[in-house]
Design a protein around this ligand. Structure first.
Ligand code: DX5
Ligand code: ZN
Length: 216
């Protein structure tokens, strides 16, 4: 069954504890935490105080998506917060291998995120060092954007690369995921779906998570 990682970016920040508890009691698998720096992406979100507040109440693994330059600066602190997985952008890391090694050295799952214009083939020489590949299906920076349909082909290509190399990395897709796009992604081979607007914009977020988990 597909895993669901609701994006906290679409949660009500005034009621962060209640939102986190709602997710604890839901069938979601992870909590997706979007960190932006206003440099790598044209927007800001939140930093450590906010992540610590979520972590204090969360009973699900934290799936941290770093949309920042120089992500290596923060790996130790993310480990202190208790992050389960840390994903860094391919486009932000000239020394990607080193960054992934240092995430794993802290006992966290190491993820690589690819922007819509970055081909899956760039992973060929790094795939053994990756636990999670996140394919962006929107340009990172904002929740609530429209899904880029070409992503379905990228998921198929990535699934083929994982099979070819025997990699056990999980395929996560982030951006514009809803019941319609989610179904296509699952068919193409996605393991984890991030959903912000689809979950928090629903009249019953916990029900929407069940619907997304049962698409296939
Ligand atoms: C976009 C973020 C996403 C976003 C997803 O930059 O990485 O995680 O919050 O939100 P929706 O599901 O609304 O596209
Ligand atoms: Zn994200």
């Amino acid at each position: 069954m597909v895993m669901i990682s609701p994006s906290m970016l679409s949660a009500d920040f005034g009621n962060l504890r209640a939102e986190t508890e709602m997710l604890n009691n839901s069938q979601c698998d992870w909590l997706h935490i979007d960190v932006m720096d206003g440099v790598f992406v044209p927007n800001l979100t939140f930093g450590f105080p906010m992540m610590e507040a979520v972590a204090r109440h969360a009973r699900k693994p934290l799936d941290v998506h770093l949309m920042i330059v120089q992500p290596e600066k923060f790996i130790d602190r993310l480990s202190d917060v208790g992050a389960y997985a840390v994903s860094v952008h391919y486009e932000a890391c000239p020394h990607l291998h080193r960054v992934l090694q240092s995430i794993r050295a802290k006992g966290m799952k190491a993820g690589v995120v690819l922007n819509p214009a970055t081909p899956v083939s760039v992973l060929e020489d790094i795939i053994e060092d990756v636990d999670l590949v996140v394919l962006m299906s929107v340009n990172p920076g904002y929740g609530g954007q429209k899904f880029i349909p070409h992503t379905v082909k990228k998921v198929e290509r990535l699934r083929a690369l994982l099979e070819e190399t025997g990699s056990k990395a999980l395929i996560e897709v982030d951006g514009g995921v809803n019941r319609g796009t989610g179904r296509q992604l699952i068919e193409a081979g996605a393991d984890v779906l991030v959903a912000g607007t689809a979950v928090f914009g629903a009249s019953d977020p916990a029900d929407e998570i069940i619907a997304l988990k049962n698409l296939a």
